[in-house]
Design a protein around this ligand. Structure first.
Ligand code: CA
Length: 199
């Protein structure tokens, strides 16, 4: 009987030790709040070029998936050099006019279906899209640096972005047959990163 009681006491001690251990573990997770200063830095995240050709009155659709968080802005440049800019290039020694230049349109459709576009006859279209504002520097009370940075992660407007390139009119076609044009689309994507400063 005495041996039985001793064994039970040992078992109870083991259970108590285990329970206390669990409580201590929980205590470690419950860290005290500390003060962190956080600032933000904008960086280029991605940059790429796409080249193509679009026929007169047709649209070339390009879809790119941006899955990175904290995108601040996307800059797009559509560049082209009209292959019939000088009629002599295509049709003989005839002076060109603005009316004879290709007109292109660049339209961007974001993952929320918001769209913005512009068009030009001057061989360059530039579109600058603000996606997310860069947060203000601030002081945060938190238990860890990760908890601070996590507060400033946004997935706003990540997903599929569509770029539509339209050759609205190959203007040489008024008098001659200008079939369309080559172009290059340059895309720059920027994002922000949170940087913790020493308190
Ligand atoms: Ca052309």
């Amino acid at each position: 009987m005495k041996r039985f009681v001793i064994i039970w006491i040992c078992i109870l001690l083991l259970i108590t030790s285990f329970s206390l251990g669990c409580i201590e573990d929980d205590g470690e997770k419950d860290e005290p709040l500390k003060e962190f200063h956080i600032t933000f830095q904008e960086q280029r995240l991605d940059a790429f070029n796409i080249t193509g050709y679009t026929n007169d009155s047709e649209v070339t659709e390009i879809v790119k998936t941006f899955s990175q968080f904290n995108i601040t802005k996307i800059k797009l440049y559509l560049k082209w050099i009209d292959d019939c800019k000088y009629f002599a290039d295509c049709f003989g020694n005839v002076n060109y006019t603005d009316d004879a230049l290709d007109k292109f349109n660049l339209t961007v459709i974001d993952p929320t279906q918001y769209s913005i576009g512009d068009e030009s006859i001057y061989e360059l279209i530039f579109i600058n899209i603000t996606v997310n504002d860069i947060p203000q520097d601030q002081t945060i009370n938190a238990t860890s640096e990760k908890q601070v940075v996590d507060q400033f992660i946004t997935d706003n407007r990540i997903g599929n972005w569509q770029f539509n390139i339209t050759c609205v009119e190959a203007r040489g076609g008024q008098m001659f047959r200008d079939r369309g044009n080559d172009w290059m689309l340059v895309v720059d994507v920027y994002h922000y990163e949170g940087i913790i400063l020493e308190p």
